[in-house]
Design a binder for this molecule. Structure first.
Ligand code: ATP
Ligand code: MG
Length: 141
């Protein structure tokens, strides 16, 4: 499925819709250039669960952990990891079964992801500053 959003707010709204489909054990890879909207979508997902409304990528910590009554959410940014071995070394895979993992730049550790992961790909538009094309694979809603 492909969706076009025309503002940050629309991407946050899309995040809320996606959030309704999320269940423990799901891994979501967010892929696309710097500033393409990955973190904004995560912001929408978190706000659906009544969690943080202003967030940033977990640039220095690799993972930010959020707890809601029914579901834990683990927000990763693996941009700065050397490879998937480094992800394994920090115990990354142990998070997969504990809640929902949202992994910015997750394609960099593709080789150790569960094979049914959801992939969300963001691309910018050359002409229109605030337009994003968002492709969602492996998730029905
Ligand atoms: N349609 C849109 N959807 C999402 N963000 C948009 C949109 N239009 C403009 N923006 C702006 O683009 C930026 C997206 O930033 P965001 O932090 O979500 O990117 P990112 O993909 O997580 O980047 P990084 O790889 O650096 O973590 C924000 O400044 C936001 O205001
Ligand atoms: Mg980000």
């Amino acid at each position: 499925m492909e969706i076009i959003t025309r503002s940050e707010a629309e991407t946050i709204e899309l995040g809320k819709k996606i959030a309704k489909q999320l269940k423990k054990g799901m891994v979501i890879v967010l892929t696309g250039d710097l500033g393409s909207g990955k973190t904004k979508l995560v912001e929408g997902i978190l706000s659906y669960f009544g969690l943080e409304s202003e967030i940033s990528s977990p640039t220095f910590t690799i993972v930010n952990e959020y707890y809601s009554p029914n579901l834990n959410i683990y927000h990763f940014d693996v941009y700065r990891l050397e490879d998937s071995d480094e992800f394994t070394a920090i115990g990354g895979e142990e998070y997969f079964e504990k809640g929902v993992c949202l992994i910015e730049w997750g394609e960099l550790i593709e080789d150790i992801l569960p094979n049914n992961y959801v992939k969300i790909t963001f691309s910018r538009n050359n002409e229109e500053e605030n337009v994003r094309n968002i492709k969602i694979e492996n998730l029905e809603f």
